[in-house]
Design a protein around this ligand. Structure first.
Ligand SMILES: Nc1ncnc2c1ncn2[C@@H]1O[C@H](COP(=O)(O)OP(=O)(O)OP(=O)(O)O)[C@@H](O)[C@H]1O
Ligand SMILES: [Mg+2]
Length: 381
């Protein structure tokens, strides 16, 4: 169990193009932190720096009481598991597990006890004589995990460890990893592209963009209080609807409706002072048909498309929005924003024209640069 501290860690592969801008992060002892961000934002690079597989340009890495910045990888007491489990195909499960200990020169008796313990922890006891080619994807993943924990690392790094597995197995192995991490109390950093994985596994989530931290917080925090439009659009099952709005006559005016400022909590009203143009973010699941009594803001639209997901559906409503506004929204959120408004509702709902409302407290407010209005700037990291 060790706390990890990254201080001003920076990295560029080629001169002048920084992959990680000076990066600070503290991961508490026994904590499971999930790292998310678009492809190429520097997640794997960050893990490799911690493991010692890449050299950092600047900064310091502390693990527990030790400064490990310049230590050889094998002396760091860090284990890393990659997407492709990289098991030795010619070795049995037993020998794959024993390999790191043999290499470290451990005594035979110790190797025997450790392999037995780890095999029991990961339920690999029956599989010890098999070779990797005779294992399922989930079993291979467990062997890779076993090989990583056998030397009792202080820090566990997992880089998209489940992306080769199908959805059902992924959820199962994910549960096992969480359980194992809790039981061993090992500090863990876990990289994933999977939204559900991030939200179900993490004590805290770190959202990255272009080598920089955007926000650090619990999954709930990041969902409820995203620090900017990029984070709001990145986490969650469907991104929020973002609409340009103006503050006028003591109301938030949208093209499709208006909301009196008095409906907002006092601290938001104060934070809005001085803003003229803003963006509002409305999560598809926060919208409600006004016939059900949903809130004060009214948005209307004609249904153009439906996507069914189990017992829910995403209804896409046509909205008239200028191309320029859509281009700005796409830049700020880092994803392609269309002129449609999305509403998540019951799959049985077959309406063609709708009038929607929402509760003022569900409104997310952003300035013209995409930064959240009325939020303290995330939690200290
Ligand atoms: N060895 C290398 N030499 C030069 N550039 C590299 C090297 N490794 C990574 N990069 C670049 O550094 C940036 C970050 O890469 P990294 O692999 O850390 O991204 P990532 O967030 O893990 O992406 P993904 O989600 O696709 O795995 C990318 O632009 C990548 O092209
Ligand atoms: Mg990667």
């Amino acid at each position: 169990m060790s706390k990890l501290v990254l201080r001003s860690v920076a990295k560029s592969y080629t001169r002048g193009t920084s992959v990680l801008k000076p990066f600070d992060l503290v991961v508490q002892s026994g904590e499971l932190v999930v790292l998310v961000g678009p492809s190429g934002c520097g997640k794997s690079t960050l893990l490799k720096l911690m493991a010692g597989l890449e050299q950092l340009d600047d900064g310091q890495i502390l693990l527990g009481e030790r400064d490990i910045t310049r230590l050889e990888p094998r002396h760091r007491r860090i284990a890393m598991v990659f997407q492709n489990y990289a098991l030795y195909p010619h070795l049995t499960v037993h020998d794959n597990l024993a390999y790191p200990l043999r290499r470290a020169g451990s005594a035979k008796a110790e190797i025997r006890t450790r392999v037995e313990t780890v095999a029991a922890q990961l339920r690999l006891g029956e599989l010890l004589d098999r070779r990797p080619s005779q294992l399922s994807g989930g079993q291979k993943q467990r062997v890779a995990m076993g090989r990583a924990i056998i030397r009792e690392p202080e820090l566990f790094l997992l880089d998209e460890p489940l992306s080769n597995l199908d959805a059902g197995l992924r959820s199962h192995v994910r549960g096992e990893i969480r359980e194992l991490q809790r039981r061993l109390g090992t500090t863990m950093i876990y990289v994933t592209h999977d939204q559900v994985e991030a939200q179900t596994l993490a004590d805290r989530v770190v959202v990255m963009r272009s080598g920089e931290i955007q926000q650090v917080g619990t999954p709930r925090d990041i969902y409820a209080r995203p620090t900017n439009m990029f984070v709001a659009a990145f986490l969650g099952t469907a991104p929020p609807n973002f609409l340009p709005a103006r503050i006028r006559d003591r109301a938030i005016e949208l093209e499709a409706g208006s909301l009196p400022l008095v409906a907002l909590p006092a601290e938001l009203r104060m934070a809005l002072a001085g803003h003229d143009r803003i963006f509002v973010g409305i999560r598809p699941e926060a919208l409600q048909s006004t016939r059900l009594g949903g809130g004060e803001l009214k948005l209307t639209g004609r249904v153009v498309r439906r996507e069914f997901v189990g017992n829910m559906q995403n209804i896409h409503l046509a909205q008239d929005r200028p191309a320029e506004a859509l281009a700005t929204l796409s830049r700020l959120t880092g994803r392609h924003v269309t002129g449609e408004l999305v509403w998540t509702t019951d799959a049985a709902n077959m309406v063609e024209r709708v009038e929607l409302g929402l509760r003022p407290e569900d409104l997310l407010l952003f300035d013209i640069h995409g930064e959240a209005i009325g939020l303290a700037k995330g939690e200290p990291i």
